[in-house]
Design a binder for this molecule. Structure first.
Ligand SMILES: Nc1ncnc2c1ncn2[C@@H]1O[C@H](COP(=O)(O)OP(=O)(O)OP(=O)(O)O)[C@@H](O)[C@H]1O
Ligand SMILES: [Mg+2]
Length: 255
């Protein structure tokens, strides 16, 4: 199953969610691949796996076969395909290519059977990199930061998902919405939570990710928080979310 993590708002926890959810699933022996489609290559860095020569950009430019771009991470069962800065150029280099939206889907089809879950981390834009990720995916997972204006951009994202669904990928489903950086002491957090749950109902994951400094420190050690400090509240939240992710998958019959 291929899952894109998307939100065109920057810094809402996309990468943190990809890195820790994928690690939690790999740690219970699920075979997982992360494809970093963000030219900022944050998820590649989170595993010390940044390598511009093996980047997904080199796959797009036919310099590297997608199988050869796969790197093992330090976590068993978890592989990574790196991003690099040049990926930003793909947006306009591929602008005239009729197959631009389905390129990634076609590459992924070569390796899809080797993994139970392929997570795609996307940049904070709704351009080609995000659209082609959505086109290649079975499901989309949306992290939403518990901050003012958090829900404002969501309607644009949902519209983009609907457009991809009707034009490029009829099978695309919403996996769910994860509320991130939740602060119990901040009434704004509970307000955003209430609004999100009222509007999106059961699409919102039961567990929220708390604001937790360890989640932001772990990447500088080249490790997912779950490996860096399993006991911290952030790691525990992502473990709970991974369980919920699996339950949701089995209840909608997509696994
Ligand atoms: N629950 C959390 N508690 C505290 N800090 C967090 C939490 N989640 C993420 N962060 C930190 O907030 C920043 C933004 O998070 P992250 O990089 O995951 O967001 P993003 O949506 O991927 O950003 P971008 O749009 O730039 O790719 C990072 O410094 C990250 O370490
Ligand atoms: Mg990111």
């Amino acid at each position: 199953m291929v899952i894109t993590i998307a939100n065109q708002k920057g810094g809402v926890g996309k990468t943190t969610t990809v890195v820790n959810l994928a690690t939690a699933l790999a740690s219970i022996d699920k075979k997982v691949l992360i494809i970093d489609m963000d030219p900022q290559y944050n998820s590649s860095m989170s595993f010390n796996a940044y390598d511009s020569k093996l980047s997904i950009y080199r796959v797009f430019s036919n310099e590297v076969n997608i199988r050869d771009a796969i790197q093992k991470s330090q976590i068993p069962h978890l592989d990574v395909i790196s991003a690099c800065e040049d990926l930003a150029a793909a947006e306009y280099e591929l602008a005239d290519d009729d197959n631009r939206n389905t390129l990634l889907k076609n590459y992924i089809s070569e390796i899809k059977d080797n993994y139970e879950y392929i997570f795609i981390d996307t940049p904070p834009t709704l351009g080609l990199l995000t659209v082609s990720s959505l086109t290649a995916s079975d499901e989309v997972l949306i992290p939403v930061q518990c901050e003012f204006f958090a829900l404002e951009g969501l309607s644009k994202l949902i519209k983009t998902i609907e457009l991809v669904k009707s034009n490029l990928n009829i099978n695309l489903k919403l996996n769910g919405i994860i509320l991130t950086m939740y602060d119990r002491r901040n009434s704004l957090s509970s307000l955003i939570e209430r609004e999100a749950r009222e509007y999106f109902d059961t699409n919102v994951y039961k567990f929220n990710v708390p604001r937790n400094v360890t989640l932001s420190e772990a990447p500088s050690h080249g490790l997912p928080a779950i490996i860096y400090d399993l006991k911290c509240s952030g790691s525990q939240a992502y473990i709970a979310l991974a369980k919920e992710f699996l339950e949701r998958g089995s209840s909608n019959g997509s696994q």
